[in-house]
Design a protein around this ligand. Structure first.
Ligand SMILES: [Zn+2]
Length: 456
């Protein structure tokens, strides 16, 4: 047999053997019956409309909503069918936080970068369970070494939300996300990686080629979207807020590599210059945008680009020590938050909602309260639609890279069963979502009940 032929046979054989081997490694499906839950007498907020339904019944089979009807829904009355008498309470879609960093809530910045990775993952797992128990059934993770945590949640090793991972943030030397010390300079292209890169928290890229490499590495690990920092940031010590970082050619390299995988690039950007350059390069979503001018808001609207905004709480600004570089930058950015929300409304920009909580378990506990704080600009129903149906539209931009195919953020037949039963009407009183321990009586993700204070 000639060498080329034998090599071809090996390749073909491996192509069959490897998938079979991988398949055999997975736990076999148990024969247990598909779980069934029937919510009776609930009023549905469907994630799209500002009104509640008439009293209705919702049947969940497996991980999907099978039937919604005002007429009684018969069940097979299997012993393990869960019947929940809603008593006229409100059933809403699980909440979605579009700007979250699951790995960066519990540790402080030093611990995140120099601490033990195993410790940080365990802390992030516990935080993920808390996140789910606050009613957040999905998060879009816009930076951090989150792939392991996501896999552990999906495998039900630990309870947590669905995670749409970006993996490492991609940044330039001196950009937002470059957390190195000056003593670590200079870097040699192709030289050893810094600690934050070894962890997969952020990756440096200073040319179109390097950008492509780093983007493709995140996609290979399962990134559902790619995150770059197109301008300066508050928490990075060496990244002035006014600067634009990546060149247009570098941004375009990221967009091209990402779109080849059927998904999109989102960028961290505050200023008009950084936003406009990103849009010119084909970026589909802007995070923050708090220093943009009116012309840029108009451009975002015209191009149909998403704006992912966060009503950043005052406590976050005050968390930066007085006199620090970070505090000075925060003082510059914070006044732009209200103005940007007003621009988003004025130009009817496609607006996603997120929190961007960093390095604070105490602030993470405010996740629902931060959503409720949107009533500074929106009605309670508009705020809830943004955190459910609208955020889900942004998630759907991941296309075939969506790790959870199916409809999220809505209560409708055929959608994935991520549901919360609220003790009261959050459209009348949005503050209910600020106290999930008390007011979320049932929490369901993917058809599985994680909390149920009602049924017997
Ligand atoms: Zn962020």
């Amino acid at each position: 047999m000639n060498l080329r032929l034998s090599r071809a046979i090996v390749c073909v054989t491996l192509a069959f053997i490897i998938p079979a081997f991988v398949h055999a490694q997975q736990p076999s499906k148990t024969e247990a019956a598909v779980p069934v839950t029937l919510f009776q007498n609930v009023r549905v907020f469907d994630g799209r409309n500002a009104t509640l339904s008439a009293p209705t019944n919702v049947l969940v089979r497996g991980n999907k909503i099978e039937k919604i009807s005002t007429a009684p829904i018969p069940t097979d009355r299997r012993a393990d069918t869960v019947l929940i008498d809603g008593g006229g309470r409100t059933l809403i879609p699980g909440l979605i936080d579009a700007h979250w960093h699951a790995m960066l809530i519990r540790p402080n910045p030093t611990q995140a970068i120099t601490g033990d990775a195993g410790y940080n993952n365990i802390a992030a797992g516990v935080e993920a369970t808390d996140t789910l128990m606050r009613g957040f059934t999905t998060v879009r993770d816009v930076g951090g070494p989150v792939f392991g945590l996501k896999s552990a949640i999906d495998a039900e090793i630990i309870a947590g939300p669905r995670i749409f991972p970006s993996g490492a943030v991609i940044t330039v030397t001196g950009g937002h996300g470059d957390f190195r010390q000056l003593s670590e300079l200079p870097r040699v292209t192709g030289g050893p990686l810094s600690r934050m890169e070894q962890l997969g928290g952020s990756m440096l890229a200073d040319s179109p080629d390097e950008v492509r490499l780093r983007v493709r590495e995140q996609l290979m690990q399962g990134a559902s979207q790619i995150k770059l920092t197109a301008g300066g940031g508050v928490s990075s010590p060496f990244s002035p807020i006014d600067v634009s970082t990546f060149t247009e050619a570098e941004l375009r390299a990221a967009v091209e590599a990402t779109e080849n995988w059927g998904t999109y690039v989102t960028v961290h950007a505050f200023t008009s210059a950084a936003i406009q350059r990103s849009i010119a390069a084909g970026v589909k979503c802007i995070e923050h945008g708090f220093l943009m001018d009116e012309a840029t808001a108009k451009l975002i609207a015209e191009k149909g680009v998403w704006l992912s905004l966060q009503p950043l709480p005052e406590e976050l600004r005050q968390g930066f020590p007085v006199g620090s570089v970070q505090r000075a930058k925060a003082d510059e950015v914070w006044p732009g938050i209200a103005r940007t929300y007003e621009l988003a409304k004025k130009y009817k920009i496609k607006t996603a909602w997120g929190t961007d909580v960093l390095f604070s378990q105490a602030l993470a506990l405010q996740q629902g309260a931060i959503l409720a704080s949107l009533v500074r600009w929106y009605s309670p129903a508009e705020a809830l639609i943004m955190a459910t149906g609208t955020n889900a539209e942004l998630l759907a931009m991941s296309g075939l890279r969506n790790p959870y195919p199916g409809k999220l953020g809505v209560v409708e037949e055929g959608a994935l069963a991520d549901l919360l039963l609220v003790d009261g009407d959050p459209i009348v009183n949005i503050r209910l979502i600020a106290d999930p321990t008390k007011n979320f009586l049932v929490i369901m993700k993917d058809g599985k009940i994680y909390k149920n204070l009602l049924s017997h």
